[in-house]
Design a binder for this molecule. Structure first.
Ligand SMILES: [Zn+2]
Length: 468
């Protein structure tokens, strides 16, 4: 049957292509397995891995630099957690980055020289010292990501690409322009502009605000990260973690800093897309937007919270009042189902209230790939069942929040239009699947494969012809 092409309203296209080129640790069930995978992939310059998750480790603890030293003390090693908000570096890597026991704390982030674990804004202490990609690398990553997206039936995305590497945002725009010109990528991109304040000012000064670069590429909202992740215990909560009584998580900005950023965008007619996972980060974001709107009086804004994982009912109503949308990822249930209980205790009843949000707000689906799989049918399955594909034996996280197929498809297409700044679906962007998704039994929806993806009336992916 024919379906509209999927619109993914928050992912990291460059990150998706880059991740595909790194050592994959996402399947490791133990620290020992992480070590084995790294040993089997020894390069001669630097070892970069991604996707580990301590919640699936047999050892029941987080991995540290000491575990990496058993792999190598000579070659720098950096491995990033599945969420992308936490990494571990060995001594050699810290030496290259100039970090030792006396290195000062970073506000909005955390790190420990003793165990080599870095989170949030402290990630830069390490990532700024990784080899910088060349223009050809960037092109390779985008081309790879484009192939992955088309194979999955995704025709439009809102993508956060400026912060993956420490390179000027303009280089990324130039690379994308060239790729489109050479027809090496076809997916349509709305850039979620993730820049620190000074560079965002430069972006404004250069006339990039809401700019349409070409038919397929436009500049969208300012992307702001207000907190971290639940898994990494860096999501900012109003009450401490159930499994870490002194820890409220991390707020990346003070209230004033966050307001200043939001207001800078808002008064320039630019929307904000704010990453908030914990309820306290959500509150900070709502308050900042509310305060800014009182000054700018903008009516047709598309401000949104990205993730909104632990958002209380009272907050959903407040979001509705100020017309703040939600860009959510049902697929997060796939991994988080194992930890919500531990991290949140009773508060888990206020987590992932996506169906409730859908009743009150403009709610759109996305995957945050490469944090989770970009496969829309996995994401749909999560929304329809609130169950995990990874842990199929665990019961549904919240049966009352399950979407119908129709509601879920709407959240993945029509509802996302406002996040890519379109009024209606483009009929020349569609996909062909073999099954009838409306009559298929739910358990089989996750296995649906895309036969063809069509953009602007042209076949850009064909299952039968592996390469185009
Ligand atoms: Zn993201």
């Amino acid at each position: 049957m024919k379906l509209p092409g999927f619109i993914d309203s928050h992912l990291h296209m460059l990150g998706l292509g880059y991740y595909a080129s790194l050592i994959d640790l996402s399947q490791a069930k133990s620290i020992k397995e992480v070590q084995d995978i790294l040993r089997n992939n020894m390069p001669n310059n630097i070892l970069i891995g991604r996707g580990w998750n301590q919640d699936q480790f047999q050892e029941n603890r987080i991995i540290t630099k000491h575990d990496l030293h058993k792999v190598s003390t000579e070659i720098p090693i950096v491995i990033t957690r599945a969420c992308g908000h936490v990494l571990v570096a060995n001594d050699k890597m810290m030496e290259i980055a100039g970090i030792d026991i006396s290195t000062r704390k970073v506000s909005g982030g955390d790190f420990s020289y003793t165990n080599g674990i870095f989170s949030e804004k402290a990630l830069g202490l390490i990532t700024d010292h990784l080899p910088k990609p060349t223009k050809n690398h960037l092109k390779k990553y985008f081309i790879k990501a484009n192939q992955i997206l088309l194979k999955n039936g995704i025709t439009s995305i809102a993508s956060d690409d400026f912060c993956v590497f420490d390179i000027p945002y303009n280089d990324i725009i130039e690379v994308l322009k060239e790729l489109y010109k050479e027809d090496l990528i076809q997916v349509k991109i709305t850039e979620q502009v993730n820049l620190p304040k000074s560079q965002f000012i430069d972006f404004l000064n250069n006339g990039y605000a809401n700019k349409k670069i070409n038919e397929k590429l436009k500049m969208g909202p300012l992307k702001i990260l207000a907190d971290g992740s639940l898994g990494g215990r860096t999501a900012y909560l109003s009450e401490p973690y159930a499994d870490d009584k002194n820890n409220y998580g991390i707020n990346t900005f003070s209230d004033k800093e966050l307001f200043d950023l939001v207001h800078l965008a808002d008064k320039n007619n630019i929307d904000v897309a704010i990453h908030t996972i914990g309820d306290q980060a959500t509150q900070q974001a709502i308050d900042a937007i509310k305060k800014s709107l009182e000054i700018t009086k903008r009516e047709n804004h598309n401000h949104a919270l990205v993730h909104a994982q632990l958002t209380r009912k009272d907050q959903i109503l407040e979001m509705q009042k100020y017309n703040i949308g939600a860009i959510v990822q049902p697929i997060f249930i796939n991994t988080d189902i194992k930890i919500v209980d531990k991290r949140l205790g009773e508060r888990k009843n206020n987590a992932y209230l996506f169906k409730t949000m859908d009743e009150f707000l403009d709610l759109g689906f996305s995957t945050d790939a490469p944090v989770e799989s970009v496969n829309p049918f996995y994401n749909l399955y999560s929304a329809l069942t609130y169950k995990s594909i990874k842990y199929p034996n665990l019961p549904s996280l919240n049966k009352g929040q399950c979407f119908s197929v129709k509601q879920a498809l709407k959240a993945y297409t029509v509802n996302n239009l406002k996040y890519i700044y379109l009024d209606k679906l483009d009929e020349s962007d569609y996909i062909i699947i073999e099954e009838d998704i409306f009559s298929l039994e739910v358990e089989r929806i996750k296995d649906i494969k895309v036969k063809q993806t069509i953009i602007n009336g042209k076949i850009v992916y064909n299952q039968d012809k592996k390469t185009l």
